[in-house]
Design a protein. Structure first.
Length: 482
């Protein structure tokens, strides 16, 4: 059969609260045009993140019931440890409550002020945890990603030549470790090739620099290696995963992604001394090393979820869902990053709104407009997230690209939900000239996009059009033509 179906049946449902456009406009104003500040009950389709938003399987719910909640040495931990070891191959496995806790614990042991941590691209909390230690989180995306119209299959790769130049130009000890994020979330979820992982490993091991992978979406990256790297077309996902992690010294993972869990993560390493130091710090801030801030129920959920994430029928369905949304948006003229990843579709907001300069946050403007139009919550991946404000001049230092991420929660939404998203974009494209830019009204020093307050900027052309019909589209209920 050519039709790829969801490899599951729905056993429980959660009602969606529907709102009117005028209500949503009020919610946006009250939230300071920041979608993180909108209560979830006022969201119709939530594509803010794929982190911790998955639907659990019946096997995961069954595993919850056998959980051992002992403080130390719980049976649930040993099932969790066995699952991680069997998939990733590392000796020491330390659970934590989520990915950013893993980042903090690992970087505290590895990184010192003034040092440089290179990566294919650091995501928001990764960068923040490195910079909080006084170090430099250096992005080295490959040339294919920097080329705006690239259709490269592995645009998530690290720039090998750039990494080599960095290592050749710095003193010994200036680079304490390197990190690859698979898939590369900040670069539109683009995957990293096995060849790139292998070459990076060879370069770093020659200089005895520890090499780690952020494994949040390891299964999706392995699937795309199988699909796009010819030498791996006939290899199983589990064998591809084994090879990926054979080239590194350890990994950290938010299990809220490819662990198909609602909370939790881990650090896994082979270095005995490093593991001991991490465990010592864990006891101070996270909990005893056999629970790390998680309940036995959560450890059980992850142990099962990791195995489900590497099932090929699940990954094929995941790809089919992403492609349906991707090609549906392309068909109506929405500029999206190609080729599509698995965990999200990325819309090029700068191309969609050419009248809005990057300093006026076109990505945030699109995210707000999508919510206003249809109650769809998405996430800006552009200047609001990765840019900076010069606090002396007030000048906005813009990000390289202005994207909006439509993250796809695992096993949550069906095809009709994605048809609804496509329809909403169709309505927005008809009046894209009316959309206003935004500016920061208030912002925090760190991870500003989570709590910032924005306000609209009315340009002259927008003001003219607004006099004609803005009230109509701000207050009208949804009226679709498809």
């Amino acid at each position: 059969m050519k039709t790829i179906i969801e490899p599951f049946r729905i056993k429980a449902v959660e009602p969606i609260h529907l709102t009117t456009k005028s209500e949503r406009n009020s919610f946006l104003i009250k939230a300071g045009f920041n979608l993180f500040q909108i209560p979830a009950q006022n969201v119709t389709i939530d594509l803010l993140t794929d982190s911790g938003t998955a639907a659990l399987s019946n096997e995961q719910w069954a595993a919850l019931m056998r959980a051992d909640e002992s403080y130390a040495g719980a049976a649930s931990f040993y099932r969790f440890e066995s699952a991680v070891r069997s998939i990733f191959g590392f000796r020491h496995v330390m659970p934590v409550h989520q990915g950013r806790a893993a980042e903090r614990l690992l970087f505290q042991q590895m990184v010192r002020p003034g040092q440089i941590v290179p990566s294919n691209t650091h995501f928001d909390t990764t960068r923040a945890n490195i910079e909080c230690l006084g170090a430099n989180a250096l992005d080295l995306p490959c040339q294919a990603w920097r080329e705006s119209d690239s259709n490269e299959h592995f645009a998530g790769n690290i720039d090998i030549e750039g990494l080599k130049q960095l290592l050749d130009s710095t003193d010994s000890g200036a680079v304490p470790m390197a990190l690859l994020t698979v898939t590369n979330n900040a670069c539109a979820g683009q995957p990293v090739s096995m060849q790139n992982i292998r070459e990076t490993s060879k370069l770093l091991r020659r200089r005895q620099i520890p090499f780690f992978i952020d494994a949040a979406r390891f299964a999706e990256n392995a699937f795309l290696i199988q699909q796009r790297e010819a030498a791996y077309a006939d290899r199983s996902i589990s064998s591809i995963v084994s090879e990926m992690f054979s080239y590194v010294d350890g990994c950290l993972m938010s299990c809220k992604k490819d662990g198909i869990a609602n909370i939790g993560g881990f650090i896994a390493v082979n270095d005995d001394a490093l593991a001991d130091r991490i465990k010592e710090e864990m006891i101070v801030t996270e909990g005893f090393p056999t629970y790390g801030g998680l309940s036995g129920r959560e450890l059980e959920t992850i142990a099962v979820g990791l195995g489900e994430a590497i099932q090929e029928d699940y990954l094929r369905y995941r790809q089919a869902a992403a492609q349906f949304l991707h090609f549906g948006l392309r068909k109506i003229g929405v500029p999206v990053v190609c080729p599509p990843s698995l965990h999200a579709i990325y819309v090029d907001a700068a191309a969609m709104f050419p009248h809005i300069p990057a300093s006026q946050l076109p990505g945030q403007a699109l995210a707000c407009e999508l919510y206003r139009e249809a109650g769809i919550r998405s996430c800006e991946i552009g200047t609001a997230m990765f840019g900076k404000t010069d606090h002396e001049t007030g000048e906005q230092i813009c990000a390289p690209k202005e994207l909006v991420r439509l993250a796809l929660p695992r096993r949550v939404y069906t095809q009709s939900h994605y048809e609804y998203v496509i329809e909403a974009f169709k309505n927005i494209t008809k009046r894209r000239h009316l959309v206003q830019g935004l500016r920061f009204k208030a912002q925090a020093q760190k991870l500003r996009h989570f709590t910032a307050v924005f306000e609209p900027i009315e340009s002259e052309i927008v003001s003219i059009f607004c006099q004609l019909d803005v009230e109509k589209y701000l207050t009208a209920d949804l009226a679709y033509e498809i």
